[in-house]
Ligand binder design. Structure first.
Ligand code: PNW
Length: 493
């Protein structure tokens, strides 16, 4: 007879960075306070409020501009090693250009950073998480190649002001959502719906802007500041629906269209846009009567400029899809990235569903995606810069989020599979520290480890059950399936 069976626990290394992530427009509020300029989300929610579910906006959001000390207190409660947050470009440069730096904006981020450092929490800064200054949008935004100069000027202000204390910079969060959703469709600001032309122009200009900001850091700031600069790309997994050559090819094309278009120019040995995707778009463009491919080309010089410009690969990973060459395709607008790629995608019926239409719990998909990236791009350093689960705001017992716990535990196992395989994965940021403005879904889909009461002027934050579970994982560097919080009262250890 035996007293207890101890499950063999796999552990995370002590120096593995566990954190949470947020973004400026989603949490800060104070949209027009202390000299902040207007950005494309301010403009969109005020001029076309009907595009947001529940007609809400980020004017106040979680009001982190005034609650930043409470935010850091929550980080301490969770025992975080790191915190990833983004800077509001128009809070720092109200016109978007570097002619005028807003001292109150610099002071706010200094306070936030210094408060974290006081408690040994490593700050990770994202320079751009979707909130372009409106004035720059009026000049074409990411469709204008000059974006790379404007972004470089902004990056210089950021490195100069914060680089003495912040050692990890992420230039852009999720080019796919910026370009494909904001320019190619109307599902994110600036809701341009400029078909595939807009999305492809944006893709080339964005990776070039990233490269400029990287060289600026590498040449002028790294020698004195000694940090790292990289980019975060959303890499969900797209696998074949059936093991046929047609579906295998469909999945490959879809991967190239979803994330290869942004990752290949930076992380591949040859640079430029992915080959099969480029061929396919050239072929479609010719059929449609265009005198040239709708996908811009990189000259050899441009390829060399962009290639190799990231110290790490930041991966936002949430879910997976099955891809078919024939099933459940479109109809897609013509021309569009999805019509160019010409595939159908859907989750497996057995995967647990979240409150977000696009998000299911796909088994071990972090490991599948990272294994693929690791082989494709010659073993870069990886960070998971976002991963998380949504629940609906109308749920009863909204603090008891067993589905979110199931999702996070599954993610942990998938991370450990990566570490077991020798993938150079150095950290994991859960999305999100707290409920926030979930873009077009307003406050209806909730991703927080802490619940935020958006009807309360104080925006009170309350830990969900998953917060206790994540805290326990961080503290013990392992997943304990037997663990249950003793109470829902959170303390700082
Ligand atoms: C991320 N997808 O966006 C963003 O970086 C966050 O700002 C956002 O709140 C979070 O995920 C949750 O939505 C994504 O379609 C948007 O797979 C779409 C997808 C993935 C991530």
């Amino acid at each position: 007879c035996h007293a207890s069976v101890v499950r063999q626990q796999r552990r995370f290394p002590d120096d593995f960075l566990f954190g949470t992530a947020t973004a400026s427009y989603q949490i800060e509020g104070a949209w027009n306070e202390d000299g902040k300029g207007e950005n494309i989300w301010d403009y969109m929610v005020h001029n076309t409020p009907e595009v947001i579910r529940g007609l809400s906006n980020g004017d106040v959001a979680a009001d982190s501009y005034h609650n930043y000390k409470r935010d850091v207190e929550m980080m301490r409660e969770l025992g975080l090693d790191a915190y990833r947050f983004s800077l509001s470009w128009s809070r720092i440069l109200p016109t978007g250009m570097a002619n005028e730096v807003n001292p109150a904006g610099i002071a706010f981020y200094n306070n936030y950073i210094n408060e974290m450092l006081k408690y040994n929490i490593t700050p990770l800064i994202t320079l751009y998480h979707w909130d372009l200054p409106q004035k720059l949008q009026e000049l074409g935004g990411f469709a204008n190649p000059l974006i790379s100069d404007w972004f470089e000027d902004y990056a210089r202000v950021v490195y100069e002001n914060f680089g003495d204390r912040v050692k990890m910079f992420i230039t852009f969060n999720e080019p796919r959502e910026i370009c494909f959703e904001g320019y190619g469709a109307a599902t994110k600001a600036p809701i341009l719906n400029a078909t595939a032309m807009g999305a492809y122009l944006c893709a080339k200009n964005l990776v070039t802007a990233h490269a400029k900001a990287y060289y600026l850091y590498d040449k002028e700031f790294r020698p004195v500041q000694g940090g790292q600069c990289g980019i975060t790309i959303s890499v969900n997994w797209f696998g074949p629906a059936t093991p046929t050559p047609e579906d295998e090819m469909a999945a490959e094309l879809r991967r190239q269209g979803e994330w290869g278009i942004y990752a290949h120019p930076i992380f591949s040995a040859e640079g430029g846009f992915p080959k099969e995707l480029s061929d396919k778009i050239a072929e479609k463009s010719a059929q449609q009567g265009y005198p040239w491919s709708r996908l811009p080309v990189f000259t050899e010089e441009e390829k060399a400029f962009v290639r190799g410009t990231s110290d790490f690969f930041g991966v936002n990973h949430y879910t997976a899809y099955l891809v078919s060459a024939t099933e459940r395709k479109g109809p897609y607008p013509v021309p569009s990235l999805l019509d160019d790629v010409d595939t159908g995608s859907f989750p497996d019926d057995d995967w647990l569903k979240s409150a977000s239409a696009w998000l299911t719990l796909a088994p071990n998909s972090i490991h599948t995606a990272l294994t693929h990236l690791n082989n494709l791009y010659n073993k870069p350093i990886f960070y998971i810069t976002e991963n998380g689960w949504s629940t609906d705001e109308s749920r009863e017992n909204s603090l008891i989020d067993d589905d979110r716990i199931q999702y996070y535990r599954a993610s942990m196992e998938s991370l450990l599979n990566c570490l077991d395989d020798g993938i150079d994965l150095r950290g994991y940021m859960a999305w999100s520290l707290m409920d926030n403005f979930e873009w077009m879904e307003g406050y209806i889909e909730r991703f927080g480890l802490y619940e935020v009461d958006f009807s309360d002027p104080a925006r009170t934050r309350t830990p969900r059950k998953a917060a206790f579970v994540y805290k326990h994982i961080i503290k013990h560097r392992a997943v304990d399936y037997e663990y249950e919080p003793e109470s829902m009262v959170m303390t700082i250890d």
